[in-house]
Structures are given as C-alpha cells and as structure tokens.
Design a protein around this ligand. Sequence first.
Ligand SMILES: NC(=O)c1ccc[n+]([C@@H]2O[C@H](COP(=O)([O-])OP(=O)(O)OC[C@H]3O[C@@H](n4cnc5c(N)ncnc54)[C@H](OP(=O)(O)O)[C@@H]3O)[C@@H](O)[C@H]2O)c1
Length: 433
Amino acid sequence: MRVVNPKKQITVGILGLGVVGSGMVRVLTENAADIARKVGLPVVIKRVAVRDLSKSRDVEIDPALLTDRPEDVIDDPEIDILCELIGGVEPAHGYVLRAIQSGKNIVTANKEMMAKAGHDLLHEAEDRKLDFNFEGSVGGGIPIIQPLKQALAANHFTEVMGIVNGTTNYILSKMTAEDADFGDVLAEAQAHGYAEPDPTNDIEGYDAQYKTAILSSIAFTSRVLPESIYVEGITKISRRDIAVARDLGYVVKIVGIGQDLGEALQVRVHPVLLPKGHPLASVNDVYNAIYLKGSAVGDVMFYGRGAGSLPTGSAVVGDIMEIARNIVHGATGHIGCTCYDQKPTLSIDRLRTKYYIRLIAHDRPKVLASLASVFGDFNVSIESVVQRALPGGDAEIVWITHQTLEANLRSALDVIQRLHIVSGIENWIRVEE
Ligand SMILES: NC(=O)c1ccc[n+]([C@@H]2O[C@H](COP(=O)([O-])OP(=O)(O)OC[C@H]3O[C@@H](n4cnc5c(N)ncnc54)[C@H](OP(=O)(O)O)[C@@H]3O)[C@@H](O)[C@H]2O)c1
C-alpha cells in the first residue's frame, strides 16, 4: 500500500557550508530528481547558516538561502531536518540540542561532538521520538554506523580495528612507497590540501581517537569516552622503522583498535606493525577501512574514501533520505543510543601484544646477551632479533617480542635506556597479528 502524505516536500536546514556542507548541497541538488523518487517527496533546502556571508562558496547556492544567524535555521518551524556541519563541540552542541528541543530531526558529521556528547543528544532525540543520524562522523563516505546498528546488529563484536584517518594513512603510505621522511611528506600533504595547515589533530591521533570512541561505543554497546582511549600519533615513525618493518614482513599503519575482553574494554589509537597479509595492510593513501570480528558474520571489512566533500556529502544525504522516508511514512526509524553497558576501559599498561623495538648499542661481545637478560628479568620473551653493524662501533638491534604485558615492556625499556652500552632506543611499536 502506498502512503499518501499531506506534506508537499521535506525541508532541510543546514548549519555550515564548508567542505562537507558544500558537498552535501551538491549531492542533494544534482541528484534531486532521483532522491525525490527514492524518498517519495522532494527534499528541499530551506535555509543555510554560515559564519561569513561575504565568503565565496564551492557550490552554487541561492544567496537568499544564506544567513549568518543560526537561529534562522534552528527556530524555523517549517524545517523538518537540521543538518549540523559546523564541527567542534560548541556552539554546534548547543545548536543541535535546541533544534531537538524544538522538534527537529538531526543529521551531523561531527565526530568530536558525537564522541564527547553524543550519548546525551541521542537520548534527547529518542525521548521526543526524533531521528538522529551521524553516518558521516566516522569513515566519511563509508557506511559503518548504520550497518553496525542495523544489518550487523545480530552480532556480538569482540574486536574493531580501523584505519580511520586519511591524512595519516596518506603520510605513512607515501613514506613507505617513496622511502621518504615524515617531515617532507607532511609538507607535501599540506601543499596538496591532504593535511591541514595545523596538522596536530590528525598526526597526533586525536581525530582517530574521536572516531574510535564512536565505533567502539556502538560495536560493544558500551559508552567509550575519548579520554579513556590511549592515543599516540605518527610523529615518531621514521623511514628507517618503515624499511626495517618491511624487511621483517610488516607494514606500518596507524589504527584505532577496540577490544571487548568480557568484563572490560581495551581501546587505543597508535601506530602498529601489521603483517603484509593483514586485510588493513593494503589500505593505502587517503583510503580508510574498518575491520570487525562478529560472532555470526565472522570477519567483515568496510573500505572507501574516509573524508572529502562529496564522499562525506554522500553519507550526509543518505542520512537525510532515511529520515525523509520516515517522515513520509509517518514513522521514526530512530534506534537511539545503543550504549546499554558501562564497561570499564583498561589502561594501556594492561595491554598484551607483541612489540618491535629498535635500539642502537655498542657492537661488542656480550652486549646482546646483557640486553636479552634485562628483557628476561621483566618476563619479556623474544621472538626474533636482528643485529646490523653501523659505522663507528655501534650496532642497530631490532627485536620482536612474543606477546607480553605492556607494563613489563615499559619497565624493561626503562632499564635498558640507562645502560652505558646503549646509545639510544630509537623506537618501539606495537605489533598486531
Ligand atoms: N572535511 C571532511 O572531509 C570531513 C569528513 C567527515 C566529517 N567531517 C566533519 O564535518 C564537520 C564539518 O567539517 P568541514 O570540513 O566541512 O568544516 P569547514 O570546511 O571548516 O566548514 C565549517 C562551516 O561551518 C560554518 N560555521 C562555523 N562556525 C559557525 C557558526 N558559529 N555559525 C554558523 N556557521 C558556522 C563555517 O562558515 P564560513 O564558511 O562562513 O566560515 C563553514 O561554512 C566537522 O564536524 C568535521 O569533523 C569533515
């Protein structure tokens, strides 16, 4: 039976017309006829709030739609769906809350707001039977949030691992492909617009931290706040680490990892050595991928463009269309917040994994044995060790450990770095099999 709705159109108000805002406007206007057919009614933009009305825009838009007063969008009673594309926590959070309280459905791509305050916002929307979608907040154009909440909802997930930041994946891929230094590749990425003028959020892992918080919260149905996630960026990774890892059969990536250990979760963002055959090892350049282990489905991986104007615009418009269909059919599809548990998150000291350690020591008899003995004192057992003589009487020694407790490894390294036979610990990186 076809539903007849007295509405003539579904009305959208937008906050923000930057990279994502202009992409979603382009997708919505260029595919308008197709979208109207799929939804059942035309989806029309009513008002767009920006900060600076004099700025030129990357998309054609009727200037009469623009306003620099967000309240013109938030308080317009004709707007069915408010699309927040400003970014950051405030004022975006306050605007979204007010829009929910005035009865609007919400679409956002704001990872920081969702990671820090998503729980309360989702409850506010649920209490009023409003829809609230945020697919664009993780993985840009890759569908992951709706699949986790719907198509894969029958699974219990024990692990989620993702390459969720395109900038750092681009930098590490380039360093690997061209045997280049971090600083040079970062400068090139900034020149091409793949990295921000201030790249801190990406290279220090904070962007991945927000996305990993959202992914883990949904996958493990337990709220994970960003501050409970251990974060380490890529600034310590050198071309030498990448070359040594390659010789050992590994690729260096930065990943967000969440694990459900039963009574507690372990959630972290840091560089890792992945075996070359790992599904995430061949995800290169600005591409993202999210890999999950489900109790029924087994291993699944989602792959695609994790950012950018049109890919993220695609996710935002998909969210709008889902809500628009619900409005047309007089329904709500809102699943609400799915964090039913409050599992604690373990500190990084409690992690058990394998480690790569690269250090420089004097190239003399008994040095290797002395270092191995310190590892042994802290219960760190060694899987392999490779020594290479350097000019000037030193040697580079690369160790791969068996699975070990991170607290023990840190204690061993603390002792080793103070030995007079050691010139320096160049780097140590976790290894994921
Ligand atoms: N960029 C991506 O590829 C990407 C991918 C996934 C998710 N996201 C998320 O999407 C959101 C938007 O990111 P973006 O890259 O599109 O940001 P952006 O390019 O900086 O655009 C932000 C927009 O918000 C407007 N704005 C800022 N403060 C405002 C205020 N107080 N009132 C009204 N408008 C205001 C700005 O207006 P003016 O233009 O006048 O300055 C601008 O149009 C963020 O949450 C981001 O994390 C981005």
